[in-house]
Design a protein around this ligand. Sequence first.
Ligand code: B12
Ligand code: SF4
Length: 504
Amino acid sequence: MKEKILLYNPRPNPHLRPVDLPLSLLCISRFLDKDGYNIKIVSENLYDDHFDVIREAAKESMILGVSSMTGYQIYDGLKASRIVKEANKDIKVVWGGWHPSLYPQQVLENPYIDIVIKGQGERAFYDVVKRTEEVAPYENILGVHWKDNGRIYSNQDRMLEPLNEMPPIPYHLVDTEKCLIETEFGNRTINYVSSYGCPFRCGFCCEQTVNKRRWVGLDARKVVDDLERLEKVYKVNGVSMYDSNFFVDMKRAKGILSGMLERGLTIRLGNVDGRTKQLADADKEIWELLRATRCYSILTGAESGNQEALEIIKKDINVEDNIRFAKRCHEYGIKVVFSTLVGLPIPGKTYDELAKKTGEQIDATIKMFDELLSYDSRHRGLMFIYCPYPGTPMYQNAVELGFKEPKSLEEWSNYTLYEKHTPWVTKKQVLLVSMISSYIFMFLDSDTITWIGERIKSRLKRGLFLIVFKFYRILARLRWGYKYFGIPIDYRLFQFAKRRNKSI
Ligand code: B12
Ligand code: SF4
């Protein structure tokens, strides 16, 4: 009988339960599942009393694996690590994912964590399980850092390994029915990943530190096999793509879309990540295929309407590329979610100068959104205040300008995107950006009413919601039309309602 492996996906946000498939954990289970290991995956959408389930399962498990991004996942991940150590003193606790990949040593300083896997996890986790079973040291397993008698040992980094030789994602390890989400592109939508990495160099993104600007993609035929399995076996009708950059290999992207058509798949892709310039410059064939397969939406980093900001980010695009891209999406009927950020750390500037620059970035980005959003009422704008994420090129600039970096794993668990972290951005700017992004843009997006409305089951409540929603939409449109963002009483009321109603 093979050893038991326990895996945990903590919630990313203190206020919201995870709703999607714990994809990272399913991916690291590929080799182990093929080898017959007994794997238990725990996430809050799979079990109501998840910490009790973890406590019980830990008594008979050899390893607990925890996945974590920077932020709140660390908090619940630490709680689970403590619980398992109390239940079974021999269990090994292994952390992987984006945050441990950025700070393996700091993560290992925590007394409940024994091993960290940096970067791609499939093969490394399999090797760690084997060595733990054999009670052998973890030397020479690329990407592995571990602790022995209080001393930390580190192996060399692991490069991204091709995905084609890996066993398929073992969906049978979880109750997929509990991981289906209702989206604009399918009432049985699931999340899926077809590639890892990204060759670009955006200054706020940790891809270049973790994956070293490499990219590996599953062959088109195998992706289509997966999509066919999701449609035929799991009756999925929407797929939310979790690739960092789906379109890196255009030939592969075309192969996936044409393969879907050849096999007569009706499953719809949405949230497909791509870069504006690359797609604006792409030939007609990819656009025709996106339309023919009814691709619902593309997520893109438009980043800024201010060219200087785009240069600072090293985005390698022009504002005009964003506009050309929006026009093509309009031509082919594809919704876009445009993400932008303001308040960049520019070395050598005073706080007053940086606040002024932030104001210019906000103004230019509003101007750009005026045009981008005019092409389709479903387009969604997002504007964030720049938040320094570790392992990114712009992070050190932020530290030098006075950003106070968290110094321990526990401190990183309190780190959230939605709070003001940089001293040069004014409170007024924070209020303005959050009002535009989370309130005005939400009401301008004509899809919002559909997806929120569908979540409200009572007819009476839905009727009331529609009346209030339409009233607020008028206010938001007026504000956007006149670019008037003063006296934010309506926004404050909206925030109050949002805190009380989780479906907004
Ligand atoms: C889906 C997603 C989310 C989801 C939730 C994800 C979840 N885990 O529950 C939501 C929408 C909630 C989310 C939110 C945020 N996200 Co996000 N998100 C993603 C995204 C697009 C896909 C994640 C995924 O499933 N990938 C597919 C799996 C298979 O890959 P993987 O997670 O990397 O797993 C591999 C390895 O990391 C490793 N591994 C992972 N877990 C484990 C565990 C163990 C035990 C082991 C051994 C190995 C291991 O092995 C896996 C297979 O090789 C990634 C980008 C990306 N393509 O990964 C960004 C990404 C993870 N998000 C990021 C960020 C910045 C955020 C936000 C903070 C901001 C934002 N604008 O989105 C917020 C806030 C989160 C918070 N802390 O409150 C950053 C991470 C930065 C960081 N330092 O953590 C990423 C990398 C995007 C980027 N390039 O900047 N996100
Ligand atoms: S932001 Fe997007 S395009 Fe830029 S490096 Fe990260 S994943 Fe690649």
